[in-house]
Design a protein around this ligand. Sequence first.
Ligand code: 2M8
Length: 430
Amino acid sequence: MNGPAGRWERASQVLADNWVGSYTVPSRSLYPHQWSWDSAFVAIGLAHLDPARAHRELTTLFEAQWADGRVPHIVFNPRVPPGQYFPGPEVWTSGEIPGTPPVQTTGLVQPPVHGYAALRVYRCTGDRDFLVALYPKLVAYHRYLAEHRDVGGGGLAAIVHPWESGLDNSPAWDQALAAVAADPLVMSRYQRRDLQHAPAEERPTDGEYARYLTLVESYRAMGYADRALGLDHPFVVECPLFNAVFAASELALAEIALVVGARPDPHRQRAAALTEALLARLYDPAAGMFTALDVRAGTRGGARTVAGLTPLLLPGLPARVGETLLASLASARFGLPATSYDRAAPGFDRRRYWRGPVWVNVNWLLWRALLDRGERRLADRVRTGLLSLVERAGYYEYFDPLTGSGHGSGDFSWSAALTLDLLAAGRDPD
Ligand code: 2M8
């Protein structure tokens, strides 16, 4: 079945197949638990199909919120057999930490796109009660990030593991990750499971996994407390995408506050402060975009990745910065839809995960940003490019920008969910 009707039905079917009763797994094979930012994107698609399921998706995630406000990056399904996903709950041992939910989780977070997603869900479903219940939890998550994660002291939230960025093996982290000791023995204690479902040449390397596990062990040894991050933890990085969606979600919280009867101004002020801090700390005019800051070293790696274009979401950028980002996005370095990494960079790899392929979720964010900026022509190129990729290849996790072939997991939830939103926009432009 080709054409919009076939795409809509197939996307709905992917989401139905990946629904496990109270949330949607990203993929039945590679990712059999609940992931934080995946659920935010999935809820946006579900809002077009079934408001109750969209609300439940986010509500279930926030039921696993820690007492300190953090929303864990994975909520483990106790019914999934041990060893189906690595690293599973036995590595994280969240149950030993006071203030954690009854369900097992990781101690990390993911980009705080949830406020932004909740507003889009509400605009589709019109259910005020959903927002009333979620608003204080979103506020608590943002408070956690502002109060516990400003390790660099400059007003941005730092990530303490590449998994927190969502762009796991992006070249944006190469420099900071190189400083993390990779004891070859680390991985002798563990067994990767991802390679049973995807080819090794499309996934992070064993060396990267060794460092990922070193970082998990470091943070776990601190009891996932953030006080000593600046002193003792070997990876502390400020990511442009993480902070851009943080600011965009603060702006969404201002809108939500108006609906639920709270004050919007503090949210607007925090969004403005985050925008200022992004400009002061991560804007790199020579690169023509924002780049990540290694807080420990005090240096920027300078890699041009798609994360550096996502501050386009922010209406408070100076005009010349917005124009520079648009020029970079439309240039041959990225193309439309954008690759995850600069096509001209020596390490560009069109099939390796976040080191080159096209991903639907970051392009969906860019599409929204372009629409909000009135860049209709560029927005349409992103939208039609994404729709043609999923139509030809299916709802894959990521796509080879040269051939359009799909890679990673098939029947991947956020690719299906955000396609529904792209298709709905074609029927009812906003
Ligand atoms: C990928 O990350 C997980 C770890 O969190 C993994 O590789 O096992 C990333 O693409 C991340 O952004 C995504 O949320 C997750 C589930 O789709 O998979």
